[in-house]
Design a protein. Structure first.
Lengths: 214, 214
DNA sequence: CATTCACAGTACCGTACGGTACGGTTCGCC
DNA sequence: GGCGAACCGTACCGTACGGTACTGTGAATG
């Protein structure tokens, strides 16, 4: 979500970004098996030789795809104005919905499947790359929100990471894994709103300091 | 966990179970890439021809592996005696710890990675098989526990599935996914106890009917 | 002993993939 | 015009895998 216009071009030329886009499309609707160097070259109208010149080898291409996609979903920091109980709740619900939207995105799902598939291989920085550029990034947004809530006297917690872990679990539960396993996921989008509300209500009941609404 | 002695032999002969065991070992410490028909045959001291006779094709072998493992981890139903607040809490914590143990097991992780990797393929019943035989099974155990708690007046909830979803999220959060992505996972086992306690405390604060302890 | 069955071991086939090499084309630059 | 860099398209190579066929062998059965 929130595609910034020019999110600080990471490492690659426009042409190469086009190639990475094609590769992502290919991965999304064909799975890793369809992501062969030949098919990427064909889909992007470039030569295999150029692929190897630009990305080194197949793993380099995969890493580049993750980095590229991460640069596209860079999360915006919602400026915490003076928080009230209502606005805090509002921000939390918005965060929850955004999180669910991101996790259910087909590109996100495809990249997570890819990284998980490569996780058994030894080197394979893909998993930690996804962790670092994906979760840690969106977790930072939640972090400032939680801190702001505590500073405003609306939340009470000792360990911020524990609180965020709880919030994340309440929002996502095993939904992410179910989607990764292939559950149709088309029908559940409707419920994101309800799910976000439920999770935030529970979270506020756990960590709110007096003022929460069921 | 809880390997039943003879958990209702599913479909295969002892010899074939040995083969499936070898295949699982191979998958665990080599990933899917290492799970070739030739290597399975070599590891199990059988011929490729026998593999194809017994399991049809490679997908049949994978399905058999999942079914075989599921039959080994069949969860026991803990008989809910007359519940008190203390015993309910105890049972919930035990459930949480068992859940974390199961999810962090190397065979479970390997099979989940396998199923997720195959999820993009069209047919691929592997994902739903894992869902059906894995989560649904352990979810049933939690279900009866929750119902018993409600019948005893210790828990208050309307939708049992919602309650279980919350419990699951509080226990697991994104830990499962992080492990699937390759986070070392060796060091965090130590924290399972603390994590289970934390999750159950939070759950009881949300769904307990008056009597819970922080 | 002859037959049959189940199986191991291995050779084999077709295919597909990762990676490389090469000819041809465009474009900018002197 | 000459030249080199970048690059496309494609042919090519080595390898590895899924799946099949064939041979040998040991144990059961009559």
């Amino acid at each position: 979500m929130q595609l910034a216009a020019h999110p600080h071009q990471p490492d690659y030329s426009p042409r190469q970004n086009d190639v990475l886009d094609s590769a992502l499309r290919l991965l999304v609707d064909g799975g890793e098996k369809a992501l062969t160097t030949a098919s990427v070259a064909r889909a992007a109208n470039c030569s295999k030789e150029s692929l190897y010149k630009w990305f080194g080898d197949r793993d380099g291409l995969l890493s580049a795809m993750i980095g590229f996609q991460a640069s596209k979903v860079r999360t915006f920091e919602d400026d915490a104005e003076t928080l009230t109980a209502a606005t805090l709740r509002e921000h939390l619900v918005l965060f929850a919905r955004d999180l669910l939207e991101v996790l259910s995105g087909d590109v996100s799902l495809a990249l997570n499947r890819l990284a998980i598939g490569q996780a058994s291989r030894d080197g394979s920085k893909l998993g930690s790359m996804l962790q670092e550029r994906g979760r840690r990034q969106i977790g930072k947004r939640a972090g400032v929100l939680l801190e702001a809530g505590r500073d405003a006297g609306l939340l009470a917690f000792e360990d911020r990471d524990d609180a965020y872990d709880t919030l994340y679990g309440l929002i996502v539960s095993d939904l992410h894994l179910r989607m990764l396993l292939g559950e149709d996921s088309g029908r559940m989008v409707k419920d994101f709103g309800r799910r976000a509300e439920r999770a935030v209500s529970a979270f506020l009941r756990l960590y709110g300091s007096g003022k929460s609404s069921a």
